[in-house]
Design a binder for this molecule. Sequence first.
Ligand code: GTP
Ligand code: MG
Length: 150
Amino acid sequence: RERTFIAIKPDGVQRGLISEIIHRFERKGYKLVAIKLVIPTKEFAEKHYHDLKGRPFFNGLRDFLSSGPVVAMVWEGQGVIKYGRKLIGATSPHNSEPGTIRGDLAVSVGRNTIHGSDGPETANAEIALWFKPEELVSYTSNAEKWLYEP
Ligand code: GTP
Ligand code: MG
């Protein structure tokens, strides 16, 4: 099944939102297949957001992502890349709908608590950037037979 890379950014960790955010993905029915707490270096943050290099906010974004612990995760499930982005909400919390993570839990674009891969190629690239293959755990969740038709 499809996998996506999700990260709780330093603001989410510092504000005590780790369990709240994980709860939303868990409740939906997605399966956690990798998780760790890391403080990314500036170089690493730059790699993660390489597509935004040259944007006026890039240095601030890179410095912020490397300013403290980040919860790096891989979530698995049918449609998790696209729907995970729906759970997260629009990039700017000013536009995120209530009910979304950013809509409910954030107020400014530079401190929007969470990152989610924006497509299948970026999901694969980001999972490979943040995790070694052996850190991805394959297992059967008992809930799966209640979440999916055979
Ligand atoms: P991510 O899941 O973090 O990748 O966010 P996104 O996919 O919704 O947006 P995008 O990839 O375009 O931007 C990455 C991050 O850069 C955003 O989550 C914001 O934190 C930050 N960002 C994007 N646009 C702006 C902006 O106009 N100003 C500032 N300060 N930050 C921005
Ligand atoms: Mg993005």
